[in-house]
Design a protein around this ligand. Structure first.
Ligand code: G
Ligand code: G
Ligand code: MN
Ligand code: NA
Length: 249
């Protein structure tokens, strides 16, 4: 396929870039974390990761691409003020291939970034093998001070068993629940329950896709730890994020 062929050379041609979206801490009342999101500029258009990540996963290209994302994100975060953390999305494939813990250590050391400033987001889009080596890698990363987040919580088939199998620090509630909040009463019940679940398990919770003041007030009053969404900022280039963080700190 043409996407696959294009993706093979995207890295060499510098067609990949990162954009950054802030997460606001509710008790801190400032940006506590920033998520790095991948973009691919190809054939005069920007292709969404939703389109090319699945192909990168099928072809194994996610391994070199994921390494580039991690290194680039850590380098960018090292220039930010204060203790703002960077959140990087990881594909479950990256746990199968090569020494993930070694790669993370190397990316942090090269960027001179403290491990406590890195968060790794994992979705259940592809099943994360609950093998000894995956569990060991997650525990090793956490022992270094890296945080692990479960991304898009509530959309996969095994959200709850994931929480039992893997050591997460944070649950990110999928934005589909926020989107349906005003239309469907059950979404509100689910959001409240997930925030409560996080509190009982000692995990932070992030509400994704917050677009209105009404949604913000709802998740704040329920005790959500962080919010992310277009109400505060869409994903923006590194320079714009640096400016935003300087104003915020
Ligand atoms: O930014 P956007 O809404 O287009 O992202 C679509 C999806 O792609 C999201 O689920 C996001 O987590 C995922 N994604 C974005 N950047 C990366 C990345 O660097 N690596 C992986 N594995 N997924 C990413
Ligand atoms: O799956 P993940 O949570 O990593 O996806 C992050 C993506 O969600 C971002 O790339 C961004 O494009 C999208 N996003 C972030 N905030 C909002 C929002 O408030 N509304 C909508 N519709 N999408 C958002
Ligand atoms: Mn994410
Ligand atoms: Na994701």
């Amino acid at each position: 396929r043409s996407i696959e062929a294009g993706l093979r050379v995207a890295l060499q041609r510098n067609e990949l870039r990162l954009v950054f979206q802030p997460l606001l801490g509710m008790s801190e009342n400032r940006v506590t974390c920033v998520e790095a999101l991948l973009r691919w500029d190809h054939d005069n258009r920007t292709i969404s990761p939703a389109e090319f990540i699945p192909i990168a996963e099928e072809t194994g290209l996610i391994v070199p691409i994921g390494e580039w994302v991690l290194r680039e994100a850590c380098k960018t975060a090292a220039t930010w003020p204060g203790d703002v953390r960077i959140a990087v999305n990881l594909s479950p494939i990256q746990f199968k291939n090569r020494d993930l813990v070694g790669l993370v250590k190397s990316a942090l050391a090269d960027a001179k970034l403290a491990p406590t400033r890195l968060e790794l987001e994992i979705t259940e889009s592809l099943l994360l093998a609950d093998s000894d080596s995956t569990i060991r890698a997650l525990h090793e990363l956490r022992a270094m001070g890296v945080r692990i987040s479960m991304d898009d919580f509530g959309t996969g088939y095994s959200s709850l068993s994931y929480l039992r199998s893997f050591p997460f620090d944070k649950i990110k509630i999928d934005r589909s629940f926020m989107r349906d909040l005003t239309k469907r009463g059950d979404s509100l019940a689910i959001i409240k329950a997930v925030i409560g679940l996080g509190q009982s398990l000692g995990m932070a919770t992030t509400a994704e896709g917050v677009e209105t003041e009404e949604q913000l007030e709802m998740v704040r009053s329920q005790g959500c730890s962080e919010v992310q969404g277009f109400l505060f900022s869409p994903p923006v280039p590194a320079a714009a994020m640096a400016t935003l963080l300087q104003i915020d700190h």
